[in-house]
Design a protein around this ligand. Structure first.
Ligand code: C2E
Ligand code: MG
Ligand code: MG
Ligand code: MG
Length: 283
């Protein structure tokens, strides 16, 4: 009797396996409908020149406006989309929204900058990303120079070479390629060089340690000089303090991004940032 009670209570707090399965299937089905039903929106976080604070590009970061849960961050659904085969249609929807937004900003008379879109390794593996991207650019009457993509190191290192040829195909269209979260994965430097990547975004784990020790500064400096030696631009991610910004300027980092400069914001607020053009706080 007592045993049964305990079991009952346990069930009350912890949904049964069956219930959890239903929850998961519901969420997965909902995501499919969200992509088709335009519940996804893009936030934009500026990237600025390290020396002047001038906006160089806007990174598109997807959010799900869930009818019950509200604004859902990408860490809650991108891994799920990758697992259940929805990342390809999701990625296409993101690219479409990004291009529509650029066209709209241009119509509003704003000085447009490229929009940078995150692309999963699985999308690269399909071998269809370059075609998809040129399609959405054309549909909106945009030049390829207005789109950039960010891929993690894992997207550059598939063994069959399919990813390499797709990345090269993207590059031939004129779209710029950046390695995202650099330093968190394992990439072959020779391959990054052969791929002729346009830049490295150094992961915020490195940026956050700037200023805490000389060894960390030396490591950062080594990454920056290596990138420069390979003719790649350097973008520091996750800049949160004035001290970090000053250290990055001293290192000759071309571009910086992070909460200290601007948080990701909805399109209307991003338009106001574009109007401001320079984002460093007045000295
Ligand atoms: P990411 O591409 O590396 O983007 C940077 C993430 O760090 C963003 O989180 C951004 O809001 C956050 N961030 C920016 N500056 C700072 C800072 O100074 N401090 C801290 N603590 N965080 C900062 P978000 O928007 O939640 O996106 C998380 C990740 O989700 C992205 O990391 C990216 O990997 C993925 N993601 C977002 N949108 C897409 C998309 O459209 N497609 C794909 N495949 N992945 C996406
Ligand atoms: Mg990114
Ligand atoms: Mg990143
Ligand atoms: Mg990241």
């Amino acid at each position: 009797d007592a045993k049964e009670n305990a079991k009952g209570r346990y069930r009350f707090f912890e949904p049964s396996l069956e219930r959890r399965l239903v929850n998961r299937l519901t969420r997965e089905a909902e995501l499919k409908l969200a992509i088709e039903g335009r519940q996804l929106i893009l936030y934009y976080q500026p990237r600025v020149r390290g020396d002047s604070g001038e906006i160089t590009s806007m990174e598109a970061l997807v959010r799900w406006v869930h009818p019950v849960l509200g604004l859902v961050p990408p860490c809650e659904f991108i891994p799920m989309a990758e697992k259940i085969g929805l990342i390809v249609p999701l990625g296409a929807e993101v690219a479409r929204m990004a291009c529509e937004q650029i066209a709209q900003w241009r119509t509003q008379g704003l000085r447009v900058v490229p929009v940078s879109v995150n692309v999963s390794a699985q999308q690269i593996d399909t071998g269809t990303v370059s075609t998809m991207l040129t399609g959405v650019l054309e549909a909106n009457g945009l030049d390829a120079s207005l789109l950039e993509i960010e891929v993690t190191e894992s997207a550059t290192v598939t063994k069959d070479g399919a990813a390499v040829s797709e990345l090269a195909a993207i590059q031939r269209t004129g779209i710029k390629l950046y390695v995202d979260d650099f330093g968190t994965g394992y990439s072959c430097l020779a391959q990054l060089k052969d791929l002729d990547m346009d830049g490295l975004k150094i992961d915020r784990a490195f940026t956050s340690r700037l200023g805490t020790s000389r060894a960390d500064a030396a490591l950062y400096e080594a990454i920056v000089s290596m990138a420069h030696a390979l003719d790649m631009r350097v973008v520091a991610e996750g800049v949160e303090t004035a001290e970090q910004l000053a250290a990055l300027q001293a290192l000759g980092c071309e571009e910086v991004q992070g909460y200290f400069i601007a948080r990701p914001v909805p399109a209307a607020e991003a338009a106001m940032l574009l109007e401001k053009r320079f984002l460093f706080p007045a000295p």
